[in-house]
Design a protein around this ligand. Structure first.
Ligand SMILES: O=C(O)CCC(=O)C(=O)O
Ligand SMILES: [Fe+2]
Length: 229
């Protein structure tokens, strides 16, 4: 069901994916909290965000002609391949697109309380692959924040047995503490305030790890206009 709090705006003939918040958040889903002293560093882990069948539907979408992009900051160290897919996901799997939006809004209300009625966002949804044999080396992304991302969502698509390493890490939640880790199984998702919470993965040392990622962005990335409008 498409909820009315999240209607789509159509710009001047442009087909940018822009959403505006119009009403109160939906109820929060069940989640495990990776706690932190500072509210903005709290992380929510939602088990079974996608069912096995839904995971397969997203994987099948790579058959569509998704557009490969490279919009990471020059100083960010990463080894992976990225395809943009917000338009395609909204078209082909609208219930999953909508669930990403609803959970983001609900978990923001529960944990970070940053989103207000009238706010506009640019959802940037990506299919990301860390494939050790095609990269010829370990897949990785080093500690970073996602600029302007109010809510970042990472959903694991692969089965755990398909790769080694690739565990999601978040900066410590408490002074002097260790980094927090989320061991995702296929279909599980983490939600966090991407612009604030530093995150990374341990190197993917074997196999192929694929994720669906959304950055609910308050602004446009460098390549946004070329890529997606
Ligand atoms: O692969 C992941 O789980 C995280 C990827 C990420 O943080 C990014 O692409 O910005
Ligand atoms: Fe990130």
């Amino acid at each position: 069901m498409v909820r009315s709090w999240w209607p789509f705006l159509s710009g001047d003939g442009a087909d940018c994916d822009v959403v505006e918040v119009e009403s109160a958040p939906p109820p929060a889903p069940g989640f495990e909290l990776l706690g932190a002293q500072a509210q903005e560093l709290q992380v929510a882990l939602v088990r079974g965000f996608l069912s096995p069948q839904e995971v397969q539907h997203v994987i099948d979408m790579q058959e569509f002609s998704l557009k490969e992009i490279d919009d990471r900051d020059d100083d960010l160290v990463y080894k992976h391949e990225v395809w943009r897919m917000e338009h395609e996901l909204k078209e082909a799997l609208p219930h999953i697109y909508q669930r990403l939006m609803d959970h983001s809004r609900a978990l923001d209300a529960e944990l970070w309380q940053q989103i207000e009625i009238g706010d506009r966002f640019f959802p940037e949804i990506e299919y990301i692959v860390y494939d050790v044999s095609s990269l010829g080396e370990a897949g990785k992304i080093e500690p970073h924040r996602d600029n302007q991302s109010q809510v970042t969502v990472v959903v694991l698509l692969s089965q755990r047995k398909e790769f080694q390493g690739g565990v999601n890490h978040f900066e410590p939640g408490y002074e002097g503490g260790a980094s927090r880790q989320a061991k995702l199984n296929s279909g599980d998702a983490v939600f966090f305030f991407g612009d604030q919470c530093e995150h990374w993965i341990t190197p993917v040392t074997a196999g192929r790890r694929t994720i669906l990622q959304m950055e609910l962005s308050r602004g446009w990335h460098r390549s946004f206009l070329e890529c997606c409008c």
